[in-house]
Design a protein. Structure first.
Length: 399
């Protein structure tokens, strides 16, 4: 089955009327994608290993290939109303790359695996790269069991519906090198007129919950000067985050907010807002978040409200293996591929933090838009990505 045929099969799953995707982990759409992947592996005779959390590595082990292997792959879950390419492009490309290597008559000297990690986006349980964190031991099963989604469903209960549980894993013990192909989430390759790029590293990033507490009251009868309205504090904090991010050359986004009691004619008693913050270095990230939090607390003092800031997940800076990145980027007939940093988190970053030599390939995104129904990559660039990944796997798994 060709890349195009696989893509046509997978793209309808979880698609909403908006054109975006809702493939939250351990829901029907995400599990259908998972079943599709297993069927593709079976059709290729790949040996599938699954850990208790639902992460998968499917191995191509021809006669004579032994020892630790080269693994590629990505994830199949999405953000809410997300795009088609973030994650699935890397999975479908991995399967297509193996097909291409077989067509060439290539026999790997070491095994080649295709991985799919669960809950990469953190869109349901609030912890990005949850599956790969469990698989590498960077997140303990005990900590994972404390996670709930916004409807109050415990992670363990959601997993149990599918015969899974947050557990320690040895799934990655046979992984010597990991290469993740991903759609670019930006316009650097467009600006460089290049279809393929290589990642140098990932900015440190974190998710922080800001809880603003006030006093509920009547929207009509309560004088403005008598209010203790947490929405005012939250709104100022959103603006402060925008300003501080611009001043620091960083990124700060409040993309989710919950209001209690959430009534049109009521002054709220509490507002909870989630900050996504990213910066070029760990120190810069700490400085950014501290500046936003300080402005929030200062405003709370003026509004008669209270502000509490809780880090929910923080990922340090990742520097991908420079020798591996250099190997991937050079020696191509059409010239070297550009090497560039990314501000988005990935499972590859988690594996790198766990000490596995790791690299990333990016496929050009014509608009740079991601985490949106408008996310896109031209088919010609997707096929260039398959070829690039096949060449990379041949380099890494060859004699």
């Amino acid at each position: 089955m060709t890349f195009e045929e696989m893509w046509r099969e997978l793209t309808p799953v979880g698609r909403a009327a908006s054109g975006g995707y809702h493939r939250q982990p351990f829901t029907a759409a995400e599990r259908e994608c998972h079943a599709w992947f297993l069927a593709q592996c079976a059709a290729r005779g790949l040996a599938v290993r699954t850990d208790g959390s639902g992460n998968v590595v499917a191995w191509w082990r021809p006669d004579g290939s032994a020892g630790p292997g080269v693994v590629t792959g990505s994830h199949l879950d999405s953000v809410r109303d997300g795009g088609a390419y973030d994650g699935p492009l890397g999975v479908v490309s991995a399967l297509a790359a193996i097909d291409r290597l077989r067509e060439r008559g290539f026999t790997p000297a070491r095994p080649i695996g295709v991985a799919v990690f669960v809950e990469e986006e953190g869109s349901r349980f609030g912890t990005a790269c949850l599956g790969s964190r469990l698989a590498t031991g960077l997140l303990t099963p005990e900590a994972a069991r404390e996670l709930r989604d916004r409807d109050g469903v415990w992670l363990a209960d959601a997993m149990a519906e599918h015969g899974l549980a947050p557990v320690a894993s040895d799934l990655l013990d046979d992984v010597a090198t990991f290469v993740e192909l991903h759609v670019e989430q930006g316009r650097a390759l467009v600006d460089r007129d290049a279809a393929i790029g290589v990642a140098s590293g990932i900015w440190p990033h974190g998710r922080y919950r800001f809880d603003f507490a006030g006093v509920a009251d009547h929207a009509g009868t309560t004088r403005m000067e008598d209010r203790r309205d947490p929405m005012l504090t939250a709104s100022m904090t959103v603006l402060a985050a925008n300003k501080q991010a611009r001043l620091h050359g960083a990124r700060a986004t409040f993309g989710r907010i919950e209001v209690t009691p959430n009534g049109t004619n009521a002054v709220p008693s509490q507002v909870s807002a989630w900050l996504d913050a990213r910066a070029e270095s760990g120190d810069a990230l700490e400085t950014l978040v501290a500046a936003i939090a300080q402005q929030a607390r200062d405003r709370a003092g003026r509004d008669g409200t209270e502000c509490t800031v809780t880090p929910e997940s923080v990922t340090p800076a990742v520097r991908f293996d420079p020798d591996l990145a250099g190997l991937l980027a050079t020696g191509h007939a059409d010239g070297d591929w550009p090497v560039l940093p990314t501000q988005a988190g990935h499972d590859a970053g988690v594996l790198a933090l766990a000490g596995i030599p790791t690299a990333m390939l990016f496929v050009r995104n014509p608009t740079g838009v991601s985490h949106s129904p408008a996310e896109h990559a031209e088919m010609a660039d997707c096929l260039a990505g398959v070829a690039a990944l096949a060449d990379t796997l041949e380099r890494l798994a060859g004699p």
